[in-house]
Design a protein around this ligand. Sequence first.
Ligand code: SF4
Length: 287
Amino acid sequence: MSKIKIAELFYSIQGEGRYMGVPSVFLRTFGCNFKCQGFGMPRGEMSQEVESIAARITEFKDYNELPLVSTGCDSYASWDPRFKDLSPMLTTDAIAERIMEIIPHNQWVDEHLVITGGEPLLGWQRAYPDLLDHPKMAGLKEITFETNGTQQLTPEFKEYLKKWQLRTWHYGGPVREITFSVSAKLPCSGEKWEDAICPEIVREYEQVGTAYLKFVISTEQDFEDAMRATKEFRTAGFKGHVYLMPVGGVESVYALNNRTVADLAMKNGLRYSDRLQVPLFKNEWGT
Ligand code: SF4
Protein backbone atom coordinates (compact mmCIF):
# COMPACT_ATOMS: atom_id res chain seq x y z
CA MET A 1 0.00 0.00 0.00
CA SER A 2 1.30 3.47 -0.91
CA LYS A 3 2.05 6.20 1.59
CA ILE A 4 1.89 9.99 1.23
CA LYS A 5 3.51 12.54 3.53
CA ILE A 6 0.66 14.80 4.55
CA ALA A 7 1.13 18.31 5.89
CA GLU A 8 -2.59 18.97 6.36
CA LEU A 9 -5.88 17.19 5.73
CA PHE A 10 -8.97 19.25 6.41
CA TYR A 11 -12.45 20.13 5.24
CA SER A 12 -13.28 23.70 4.26
CA ILE A 13 -14.66 25.94 1.51
CA GLN A 14 -12.53 26.34 -1.59
CA GLY A 15 -11.63 30.02 -1.50
CA GLU A 16 -10.02 30.45 -4.92
CA GLY A 17 -10.43 29.81 -8.62
CA ARG A 18 -12.96 27.74 -10.52
CA TYR A 19 -14.47 25.98 -7.50
CA MET A 20 -14.62 29.03 -5.22
CA GLY A 21 -17.33 28.43 -2.60
CA VAL A 22 -17.48 24.64 -3.06
CA PRO A 23 -17.15 22.48 0.09
CA SER A 24 -13.84 20.72 -0.31
CA VAL A 25 -11.48 18.27 1.29
CA PHE A 26 -7.94 19.66 1.19
CA LEU A 27 -5.08 17.19 1.08
CA ARG A 28 -1.87 19.16 1.47
CA THR A 29 1.11 17.02 0.54
CA PHE A 30 4.64 17.65 1.74
CA GLY A 31 7.42 18.81 -0.59
CA CYS A 32 7.97 21.57 -3.15
CA ASN A 33 10.58 22.36 -5.78
CA PHE A 34 10.37 26.11 -5.01
CA LYS A 35 10.75 28.37 -1.96
CA CYS A 36 9.01 31.57 -3.14
CA GLN A 37 10.86 33.71 -0.58
CA GLY A 38 10.21 36.85 -2.64
CA PHE A 39 6.46 37.14 -1.93
CA GLY A 40 5.62 40.40 -0.16
CA MET A 41 9.22 41.63 -0.38
CA PRO A 42 10.81 44.46 -2.37
CA ARG A 43 11.98 43.10 -5.75
CA GLY A 44 15.21 41.14 -5.38
CA GLU A 45 14.92 40.67 -1.60
CA MET A 46 14.10 37.37 0.06
CA SER A 47 11.95 36.92 3.14
CA GLN A 48 13.68 35.60 6.25
CA GLU A 49 10.46 35.56 8.30
CA VAL A 50 10.42 31.80 8.63
CA GLU A 51 13.96 31.71 10.10
CA SER A 52 12.79 32.87 13.52
CA ILE A 53 10.01 30.26 13.48
CA ALA A 54 12.44 27.49 12.51
CA ALA A 55 14.72 28.56 15.37
CA ARG A 56 11.83 27.80 17.79
CA ILE A 57 10.79 24.55 16.09
CA THR A 58 10.78 22.52 19.32
CA GLU A 59 7.96 24.73 20.68
CA PHE A 60 5.54 23.44 18.05
CA LYS A 61 4.00 20.02 18.44
CA ASP A 62 1.42 20.36 15.70
CA TYR A 63 1.24 21.96 12.25
CA ASN A 64 -1.73 24.10 13.41
CA GLU A 65 0.38 25.75 16.13
CA LEU A 66 2.79 27.32 13.62
CA PRO A 67 2.65 31.11 13.19
CA LEU A 68 1.27 32.53 9.93
CA VAL A 69 3.67 34.61 7.86
CA SER A 70 3.01 37.72 5.79
CA THR A 71 6.05 37.40 3.49
CA GLY A 72 7.46 34.45 1.58
CA CYS A 73 5.50 31.23 1.03
CA ASP A 74 2.49 31.05 3.37
CA SER A 75 2.65 27.22 3.21
CA TYR A 76 6.30 27.08 4.27
CA ALA A 77 5.82 24.16 6.63
CA SER A 78 4.57 22.00 3.76
CA TRP A 79 8.00 21.87 2.13
CA ASP A 80 10.71 23.29 4.39
CA PRO A 81 12.65 20.23 5.65
CA ARG A 82 13.04 21.81 9.09
CA PHE A 83 9.28 21.27 9.64
CA LYS A 84 9.06 17.83 8.07
CA ASP A 85 8.44 16.00 11.34
CA LEU A 86 5.11 17.82 11.71
CA SER A 87 3.86 16.07 8.55
CA PRO A 88 3.13 12.37 9.08
CA MET A 89 3.61 9.75 6.38
CA LEU A 90 0.16 8.14 6.08
CA THR A 91 -1.02 5.10 4.16
CA THR A 92 -3.61 5.74 1.48
CA ASP A 93 -5.98 3.62 3.60
CA ALA A 94 -5.54 5.91 6.59
CA ILE A 95 -6.05 8.99 4.38
CA ALA A 96 -9.30 7.62 2.91
CA GLU A 97 -10.56 6.74 6.42
CA ARG A 98 -9.71 10.19 7.73
CA ILE A 99 -11.50 11.85 4.79
CA MET A 100 -14.66 9.89 5.60
CA GLU A 101 -14.46 11.16 9.19
CA ILE A 102 -14.21 14.83 8.21
CA ILE A 103 -16.86 15.12 5.48
CA PRO A 104 -20.40 15.85 6.73
CA HIS A 105 -22.30 12.68 5.76
CA ASN A 106 -19.30 10.36 5.96
CA GLN A 107 -19.62 9.83 2.24
CA TRP A 108 -19.01 11.91 -0.87
CA VAL A 109 -22.06 13.99 -1.82
CA ASP A 110 -21.10 17.28 -3.46
CA GLU A 111 -17.65 17.66 -1.94
CA HIS A 112 -14.65 18.23 -4.10
CA LEU A 113 -11.10 17.01 -3.42
CA VAL A 114 -8.27 19.54 -3.62
CA ILE A 115 -4.80 18.03 -3.75
CA THR A 116 -2.48 20.86 -2.89
CA GLY A 117 0.92 21.48 -1.40
CA GLY A 118 3.71 22.22 -1.42
CA GLU A 119 3.80 20.98 -4.98
CA PRO A 120 1.44 17.97 -5.17
CA LEU A 121 2.75 16.68 -8.51
CA LEU A 122 6.35 16.58 -7.31
CA GLY A 123 6.65 13.33 -5.39
CA TRP A 124 3.36 11.50 -5.08
CA GLN A 125 2.08 10.71 -8.57
CA ARG A 126 2.71 7.01 -8.02
CA ALA A 127 0.69 7.00 -4.80
CA TYR A 128 -2.47 8.84 -5.92
CA PRO A 129 -4.01 5.92 -7.87
CA ASP A 130 -3.95 3.81 -4.68
CA LEU A 131 -5.81 6.56 -2.85
CA LEU A 132 -8.32 7.30 -5.61
CA ASP A 133 -9.08 3.59 -6.15
CA HIS A 134 -9.84 3.10 -2.46
CA PRO A 135 -13.49 1.96 -2.05
CA LYS A 136 -14.20 4.96 0.21
CA MET A 137 -13.21 7.31 -2.62
CA ALA A 138 -15.63 5.78 -5.14
CA GLY A 139 -18.21 8.59 -4.80
CA LEU A 140 -15.71 11.35 -5.52
CA LYS A 141 -16.48 13.26 -8.73
CA GLU A 142 -14.16 16.26 -8.87
CA ILE A 143 -10.48 16.71 -8.14
CA THR A 144 -8.34 19.80 -8.42
CA PHE A 145 -4.56 19.66 -8.37
CA GLU A 146 -3.28 23.01 -7.12
CA THR A 147 0.10 23.07 -8.79
CA ASN A 148 2.85 25.51 -9.69
CA GLY A 149 2.79 24.07 -13.21
CA THR A 150 6.38 22.89 -13.37
CA GLN A 151 5.98 19.14 -12.91
CA GLN A 152 5.39 16.84 -15.84
CA LEU A 153 2.81 14.11 -15.43
CA THR A 154 4.29 10.64 -15.69
CA PRO A 155 2.84 8.68 -18.64
CA GLU A 156 1.33 6.18 -16.17
CA PHE A 157 -0.38 8.85 -14.06
CA LYS A 158 -1.63 10.65 -17.15
CA GLU A 159 -3.28 7.46 -18.41
CA TYR A 160 -4.67 6.72 -14.97
CA LEU A 161 -6.32 10.17 -14.70
CA LYS A 162 -7.87 9.87 -18.15
CA LYS A 163 -9.41 6.53 -17.19
CA TRP A 164 -10.51 7.80 -13.77
CA GLN A 165 -12.65 10.46 -15.41
CA LEU A 166 -14.36 7.98 -17.69
CA ARG A 167 -15.23 5.48 -15.02
CA THR A 168 -18.62 6.96 -14.05
CA TRP A 169 -21.12 7.93 -16.70
CA HIS A 170 -24.26 9.93 -16.28
CA TYR A 171 -26.76 10.84 -19.03
CA GLY A 172 -24.21 9.70 -21.59
CA GLY A 173 -21.34 11.91 -20.41
CA PRO A 174 -18.60 11.70 -17.81
CA VAL A 175 -19.50 13.24 -14.46
CA ARG A 176 -15.98 13.09 -13.13
CA GLU A 177 -13.72 16.04 -13.66
CA ILE A 178 -10.04 16.75 -13.17
CA THR A 179 -8.87 20.34 -12.89
CA PHE A 180 -5.35 21.73 -12.76
CA SER A 181 -5.30 25.08 -11.01
CA VAL A 182 -1.90 26.35 -12.13
CA SER A 183 -0.44 29.08 -9.98
CA ALA A 184 2.53 29.87 -12.19
CA LYS A 185 5.09 31.79 -10.20
CA LEU A 186 5.99 35.29 -11.42
CA PRO A 187 9.30 37.02 -10.59
CA CYS A 188 7.73 38.54 -7.42
CA SER A 189 7.96 35.02 -5.95
CA GLY A 190 11.75 35.16 -6.16
CA GLU A 191 11.82 32.16 -8.51
CA LYS A 192 13.50 32.37 -11.92
CA TRP A 193 11.26 32.90 -14.96
CA GLU A 194 12.80 30.02 -16.91
CA ASP A 195 12.17 27.63 -14.02
CA ALA A 196 8.67 28.84 -13.24
CA ILE A 197 6.95 29.50 -16.58
CA CYS A 198 6.58 26.13 -18.28
CA PRO A 199 3.91 26.34 -21.01
CA GLU A 200 4.63 22.91 -22.51
CA ILE A 201 4.01 21.20 -19.19
CA VAL A 202 0.72 23.03 -18.64
CA ARG A 203 -0.36 22.21 -22.21
CA GLU A 204 0.04 18.58 -21.22
CA TYR A 205 -2.34 19.04 -18.26
CA GLU A 206 -4.94 20.23 -20.78
CA GLN A 207 -4.78 16.82 -22.44
CA VAL A 208 -5.99 15.27 -19.20
CA GLY A 209 -8.49 17.77 -17.76
CA THR A 210 -9.34 21.44 -17.45
CA ALA A 211 -6.34 23.66 -16.74
CA TYR A 212 -6.38 27.33 -15.86
CA LEU A 213 -3.74 29.86 -14.85
CA LYS A 214 -3.94 31.84 -11.64
CA PHE A 215 -1.55 34.75 -11.14
CA VAL A 216 -1.05 36.42 -7.78
CA ILE A 217 -0.89 40.21 -8.26
CA SER A 218 0.39 42.82 -5.83
CA THR A 219 1.91 45.48 -8.10
CA GLU A 220 1.66 46.84 -11.63
CA GLN A 221 4.90 45.02 -12.40
CA ASP A 222 3.26 41.73 -11.38
CA PHE A 223 0.41 42.45 -13.76
CA GLU A 224 2.86 43.14 -16.60
CA ASP A 225 4.69 39.91 -15.78
CA ALA A 226 1.37 38.03 -15.74
CA MET A 227 0.54 39.37 -19.20
CA ARG A 228 3.98 38.41 -20.50
CA ALA A 229 3.59 34.90 -19.08
CA THR A 230 0.07 34.60 -20.53
CA LYS A 231 1.47 35.47 -23.94
CA GLU A 232 4.03 32.69 -23.62
CA PHE A 233 1.36 30.20 -22.60
CA ARG A 234 -0.95 31.26 -25.45
CA THR A 235 1.90 31.06 -27.98
CA ALA A 236 2.46 27.48 -26.86
CA GLY A 237 -1.23 26.74 -27.51
CA PHE A 238 -2.65 27.00 -23.98
CA LYS A 239 -6.43 27.46 -24.23
CA GLY A 240 -7.59 27.72 -20.60
CA HIS A 241 -8.86 30.65 -18.60
CA VAL A 242 -6.59 33.15 -16.85
CA TYR A 243 -7.40 34.40 -13.34
CA LEU A 244 -5.87 37.33 -11.50
CA MET A 245 -5.86 37.01 -7.73
CA PRO A 246 -4.90 39.61 -5.11
CA VAL A 247 -1.84 38.93 -2.98
CA GLY A 248 -2.28 38.54 0.77
CA GLY A 249 -2.43 35.75 3.29
CA VAL A 250 -3.49 38.31 5.90
CA GLU A 251 -6.52 40.59 5.62
CA SER A 252 -4.65 43.91 5.87
CA VAL A 253 -2.50 43.05 2.84
CA TYR A 254 -5.33 41.43 0.88
CA ALA A 255 -7.70 44.38 1.40
CA LEU A 256 -5.10 46.78 0.02
CA ASN A 257 -5.30 45.54 -3.53
CA ASN A 258 -8.31 43.27 -4.11
CA ARG A 259 -10.33 46.06 -5.77
CA THR A 260 -7.35 47.10 -7.92
CA VAL A 261 -6.86 43.52 -9.10
CA ALA A 262 -10.59 43.15 -9.82
CA ASP A 263 -10.46 46.34 -11.93
CA LEU A 264 -7.42 45.05 -13.84
CA ALA A 265 -9.23 41.77 -14.54
CA MET A 266 -12.31 43.61 -15.82
CA LYS A 267 -10.33 46.01 -18.02
CA ASN A 268 -8.45 43.15 -19.64
CA GLY A 269 -11.24 40.60 -20.02
CA LEU A 270 -9.63 38.22 -17.52
CA ARG A 271 -11.20 36.36 -14.62
CA TYR A 272 -10.88 37.57 -11.04
CA SER A 273 -10.36 35.13 -8.24
CA ASP A 274 -10.98 36.11 -4.66
CA ARG A 275 -9.25 34.46 -1.69
CA LEU A 276 -12.31 33.73 0.39
CA GLN A 277 -10.21 32.00 3.03
CA VAL A 278 -8.74 35.38 4.07
CA PRO A 279 -11.95 37.31 4.97
CA LEU A 280 -13.83 34.14 6.04
CA PHE A 281 -11.21 32.34 8.09
CA LYS A 282 -8.27 34.78 8.38
CA ASN A 283 -6.24 32.21 6.42
CA GLU A 284 -5.74 30.09 9.55
CA TRP A 285 -4.23 26.63 9.16
CA GLY A 286 -6.92 24.12 8.29
CA THR A 287 -8.91 26.58 6.18
S1 SF4 B 1 5.25 26.86 -5.21
FE1 SF4 B 1 3.64 27.20 -3.69
S2 SF4 B 1 4.10 25.82 -1.97
FE2 SF4 B 1 5.93 25.92 -3.27
S3 SF4 B 1 7.15 27.50 -2.30
FE3 SF4 B 1 5.93 28.50 -3.90
S4 SF4 B 1 4.08 29.24 -2.90
FE4 SF4 B 1 5.06 27.76 -1.54
